[in-house]
Design a protein around this ligand. Structure first.
Ligand code: URA
Length: 210
């Protein structure tokens, strides 16, 4: 994957995203749609994974059949909203290893504060996909990627549902080597750090809190 930013414009993704943005959409539907979109984004973000071949016997003959090369990839959920993407991606890639980064956004400074960190071993040998539905200021995403790099990760991709231009810019400055895959880049951030038009607080909408 060479582009820094990939917007997945597939009609299924865009249609589902519209339903998610609608404030009348229930928690139940929001969660289901997020799971579905996460699988379509995962399809895109894993497009260029390396393949090798394995000798197998079909009922008819032997063949060298393709399979994914290397160590199991690592999915890193940036808590708590990352879990909404994690569920769907894990259904698609059930053998993946899973890690969690707990960061909350200080409401006043909008800066990330770490409260949890647990990731799989040997990150340096894995494709690492960081998951966070909302790339807003980019501060917490950039901080999460810093932590993953400190743990040895060198091949990292970032999956989100929605991005603000400010977040994309921040990530490009901080981590130009980390491709971003998203369903849309919205207009801007508001003064509270929310993406506009956006979909509100992704965590609240998927977990029914607030
Ligand atoms: N986090 C969210 O959940 N929503 C936004 O709009 C920005 C950050």
């Amino acid at each position: 994957m060479h582009e820094h930013l990939t917007v997945v414009r597939h009609p299924l993704v865009q249609h589902k995203l519209t339903i998610m943005r609608d404030k009348e959409t229930s928690t139940n539907s929001f969660r289901r749609l997020l799971r579905e979109i996460s699988q379509l984004l995962a399809y895109e973000i894993t497009r260029e994974m390396e393949l090798t071949t394995r000798r197998i016997e079909t009922p008819l003959c032997a063949m060298d059949a393709p399979e994914i090369d290397g160590k199991k990839l690592a999915l890193i959920s940036i808590l708590r909203a990352g879990n909404g993407l994690l569920d769907g991606v894990l259904e698609l890639i059930p053998a993946a290893r899973v890690g969690f980064v707990g960061l909350y956004r200080d409401e006043k400074t909008l800066q990330p504060v770490q409260y949890y960190y647990k990731v799989p071993s040997r990150l340096e040998d894995r494709l690492v996909i960081a998951l966070d539905p909302m790339l807003a200021t980019g501060n917490s995403s950039a901080a999460a990627i810093d932590l993953l790099k400190n743990s040895g990760a060198t091949n990292i991709r970032f999956m989100c549902l929605l991005a603000a231009p400010e977040g994309v810019k921040r990530m490009k400055e901080a981590h130009p080597d980390v491709p971003i895959v998203t369903a849309a880049v919205d207009e801007r951030l508001n003064e509270l750090g929310y993406i506009v038009p956006g979909l509100g607080d992704a965590g609240d909408r998927m977990f029914g809190t607030k």
